[in-house]
Design a protein around this ligand. Structure first.
Ligand code: ADP
Ligand code: MG
Length: 902
């Protein structure tokens, strides 16, 4: 076998032989061997940046240049210790930055990979789901609509397979595939008996033999020089870098002011220069980007723990501002554990007992047990249900029974099994010759089987749809014309079941001539004989009910979307306590213009009989109302709506690869409650970002102001450059990170959503920043001025140095919330913060009390009295801030909450 083998020219058996494989698939051992021989099935992007480069990159900031310049100046004037200390500090800073960056990014990468694509393969005769990266040449893969093709493969079985190959060929229309062996030299687009890695299955199903994986696949060869696409910066990242620009301008101006003041006061030019450099270092929150990254990474982990997996960074921030959640009903708000409860045929009702997928239960008429084998009509209904069906009963151990496939279909298999009809045995008598697969747009499925020398088609689907296609109906064992009266009887039966929140499936058949080999809608239209109805219950999820209540509290609208009929949908909505609203159907939606739909949308809470493409219009309508929309989806055709939504949420268990790829978030458990958990975590993340921002900005500005005031009033620098750098880089960063790990307050879902126009920074936050900055500068320069008169300059500076550090420790406590007092929050709830504070305290004591470090940091030991002054005045800052918050509760919240809807 070589890279250039023309697989499409070979019959399947030859390919199997060439790849030493077989139809039952490879064994686990063979797979392991091949994995080490061929490598994992991945496209290797650009080489990862080496850690050395990441480390060196830490030095690429204007700030570092200034620091290096400053230490060179120190060398020139002979202050070697100062130069060395500045350089060491620089290294520490780079190390912290390096560790944060690599760790946070690793964590994010790992989290983003959680939603990595899977592949279904047949190995040792068993169909299993594996990570797509573990597919090897020779594997037998199974494909169905919605799958992303995991590797290049030759098709060996196929039923109506259509594949979108636009990724490879640019052709956006799906292409039909088949299993015929081809000849001649063919371009990729013409190899109709092959499927290629990265393309998506839009219709039908198939099995194939993998012929090449990873970089030897067609896409891998094209992508040989593949560049990893660098993700666009998210709005948050953009606003942070904008903010950074403002800060640099303001700091530049302030430093110029400082230099001017220094000159006027007659300070040495060199000292002025060094102080200005130090001031710039203290005012610019270098820790900001790294801390933000950490907050986001940690927040993503919290979300993942609660089953909301982020696929794109942008979803972390938008999730907190969601105002409308459009959720699928089936499987998200309900358990998707369908159980057939009732059958209806020819005017008779049959109850089915038993719960779940355990095939134990019986059929009852008026409370009396009946046998399906004695009742032609019931037997027929159950047989259609079991044969026009892709689900399988998985008979694990005796206790537990499950199904594989769609729960709606599973329910029908189980119901048939309860009556003694085993699907597998039925299939021996009635093999499937062709099929029209179920699609939400079509709302029915049909299969073709041989019957008494002729053929018979079995159809199941939504009752209205099948009524449209039926000409007759089964009554008393015979097919009679479907009169208006009989049609009415069917609709009434549907209604009765729908009112009990049941999904209703109609079952029909038609006899066809023996020559028919393929099924087409035309051969069914108007000819079907309606055999009966099956009503199946799908219990609502208890957690969904709670989550809906939380949404009400959190000012988030919940809208239910379903393919079921209106009455079923409304009954389920009532069971879930969904807030009352209008219910409309897909048909009504289609009749509305965009304007009308947008105005109506404000009142609608249930969309019934919805096809995937309607979802796009629903998203757009809500967006026109200014809402921030989260939309769930699972199918191929949900992709456009998922992309258009502010947050597209795909189902992790039942979702197709196509839906997952179009989404920003994936639900590991398909549960509505996880959407709400994601929103809650998103809001908490935003709070943390704001708190960190406030802390870094106010302490940076505060240090700058303290320097300016002290130079202005005393003509001396209250701290030496090294001290300033120490305060900022070491103690500041150490406590900013744990501030970003603050546990949730618990009120995240009792507030309204953030207005999309209200940014990270809002007026109240700026007011608070400036106010606290002024406040914290006071004790620093006042204590310095006092100590400068009564103590030595070194002691005075040590006092200013300590005050600057201690006041930050107090501010970090008020930074934990802009609304609640620390008593409400719990003093010790943020354990990381307490630990970090202890660490910072130890470091601070070391640079003052370890003798050989004193000259390096220009410190002198200070006494209890001085420490008392430092602590009390710093505590004073904390108290004043808290008092202002208590007296003017709205001041620091100005502009934070803007009404969303009038
Ligand atoms: P939902 O999104 O709520 O699951 P679907 O679009 O899957 O809704 O289903 C719409 C309707 O199509 C259902 O109400 C049912 O009548 C019918 N239906 C659902 N699943 C199947 C199936 N596997 N075969 C035939 N008909 C189905
Ligand atoms: Mg469905």
């Amino acid at each position: 076998m070589s890279e250039t083998t023309k697989w499409y020219q070979l019959p399947p058996e030859r390919v199997l032989e060439a790849l030493a494989s077989r139809r039952s698939g490879l064994t686990e051992q063979e797979v392991q061997e091949r994995l080490s021989r061929y490598g994992t099935n991945e496209l290797k992007g650009r080489k990862k940046t080496s850690p050395v480069v990441v480390f060196l990159r830490q030095f690429l900031s204007p700030l570092v240049y200034v620091l290096v310049a400053a230490s060179s100046v120190n060398v020139v004037i002979g202050k070697y210790t100062d130069a060395v200390v500045i350089l060491i500090t620089l290294l520490i800073m780079a190390a912290i930055g390096f560790i944060q960056e690599t760790r946070a990014e690793k964590a994010m990468d790992a989290l983003l990979r959680l939603a990595a694509p899977k592949a279904r393969v047949r190995r040792s005769g068993q169909v299993i789901s594996v990570d797509a990266r573990e597919v090897v040449p020779g594997d037998i893969i199974l494909l169905e609509a919605g799958d992303r093709v995991p590797a290049d493969a030759l098709i060996v079985e196929s039923s109506n397979l259509k594949v979108n190959e636009s990724l490879l060929t640019g052709e956006s229309m799906p292409v039909d595939k088949h299993t015929d062996t081809l000849s001649g030299e063919l371009a990729v687009a013409d190899r109709k008996n092959m499927v290629f890695m990265g393309t998506t299955v839009t219709y039908g199903r198939a099995a194939g033999i993998v012929v090449s994986t990873g970089m030897s696949s067609e896409i891998g060869r094209i992508a040989g020089a593949l560049r990893e696409v660098k993700p666009e910066p998210t709005p948050l990242q953009r606003s942070i870098s904008n903010l950074g620009r403002y800060i640099i301008i303001i700091t530049g101006a302030a430093c110029a002011l400082l230099v001017a003041v220094g000159f006027l006061r007659g300070l040495d030019w060199l000292e002025v220069f060094l102080i200005a450099v130090a001031a710039a270092v203290s005012a610019i929150p270098e820790g900001l980007p790294a801390t933000m990254t950490v907050v986001l990474a940690v927040g993503m982990r919290f979300m993942a723990q609660r089953h909301a997996i982020i696929r794109q960074l942008v979803a972390v921030e938008t999730s907190g501002s969601v105002t409308v959640i459009c959720s699928d009903k089936t499987g998200t708000l309900t358990l998707n554990q369908m159980t057939v409860k009732r059958l209806w045929t020819g005017g008779r009702w049959i109850d089915v007992t038993g719960e779940g997928y355990l095939p134990q239960g019986e059929l009852r008429v008026d409370g009396r047990t009946v046998k399906a084998s004695d009742d032609e009509a019931v037997a027929l209904v159950l047989r259609i249900g079991a044969l026009c069906n892709d689900a399988l009963l998985t008979a694990g151990d005796r206790e537990c029974c499950g199904i594989m496939g769609d729960p709606t279909e599973g329910a029908l298999v189980v119901a048939a099994a309860k009556a003694g009809f085993e699907k597998e045995r039925l299939e021996l008598h009635y093999p499937r010759l062709d099929e029209i697969p179920f699609q939400s747009e079509r709302r029915y499925m049909a299969t073709l089987h041989p019957r008494d020398g002729g053929k018979q088609a079995y159809v199941k689907g939504a009752p209205e749809r099948l009524l449209e296609m039926s000409g007759s109906i089964l009554y008393d064992g015979a097919s009679v014309p479907l009169t208006a009266e009989r049609r009415q009887a069917v609709l009434e039966a549907v209604d009765i079941m729908a009112r009990e929140a049941m999904r209703v499936i109609a079952l029909a058949y038609v006899d066809l001539p023996a020559e028919v080999e393929e099924l087409h809608e035309d051969s069914l239209k108007g000819k079907l004989v309606l055999a009966g109805l099956a009503g199946m219950a799908d219990p609502p999820r208890e957690e969904a009910k709670t989550a809906i209540r939380l949404c009400k509290q959190a000012g988030i609208r919940v809208v239910m979307i379903t393919g079921d009929n209106r009455i079923t949908a409304e009954s389920v909505a009532r069971q879930l306590d969904l807030p009352p609203g209008r219910a409309i159907t897909g048909q009504e939606l289609q009749a509305m213009g965009d304007d009308e739909l947008a105005t109506e949308a404000a009142r609608i809470s249930v969309f019934a009989r919805i096809e995937p493409l309607h979802k796009l219009r629903i998203v757009k309508a809500f967006k026109r109302l200014g809402e921030v929309v989260a939309m769930t989806g699972d199918g191929v055709n949900d992709a456009p709506a998922l992309k258009a939504a502010d947050i597209g949420i795909a189902m992790g268990l039942t979702g197709t690869d196509v839906a997952k790829e179009a989404s920003n978030m994936v639900l590991a458990d398909d549960n509505f409650a996880s959407v709400v958990a994601g929103v809650e975590e998103g809001r908490a993340i935003f709070n943390r970002l704001r708190n960190v921002l406030f802390f870094l900005l106010s302490t940076g500005l505060g240090s700058l102001l303290a320097l300016i005031f002290a130079v202005l009033t005393s003509g001396k620098a209250p701290l030496t450059p090294i001290q300033i750098i120490w305060v900022n880089l070491v103690t500041g960063t150490i406590i900013a990170i744990p501030l970003g790990l603050e546990p949730k307050i618990g009120d995240e879902l009792s507030k309204p959503p953030r207005h999309p126009k209200v940014n990270l920074v809002f007026p109240g936050l700026l007011i608070r920043t400036v106010f606290v900055a002024f406040l914290m500068s006071m004790p620093v320069f006042l204590l310095f001025n006092w100590a400068d008169d009564v103590l030595s300059l070194t002691e005075a500076r040590t006092i200013a140095f300590c005050t600057m550090v201690v006041v930050q420790w107090f501010i970090v406590f008020s930074a934990r919330s802009d609304e609640y007092s620390i008593f409400k929050l719990g003093l010790f709830r943020n354990r990381w913060l307490i630990l970090a504070l202890l660490g910072a305290l130890v470091l601070q004591l070391i640079v003052i009390y370890v003798p050989f470090l004193r000259p390096a940091f220009h410190t002198a030991p200070i006494g209890w009295f001085e420490w008392g002054l430092v602590v009390v005045s710093s505590f004073g800052v904390f108290v004043v801030e808290a008092l202002v918050r208590a007296v003017f509760p709205g001041l620091f919240l100005l502009g934070k909450w803007r009404p969303l809807r009038d």
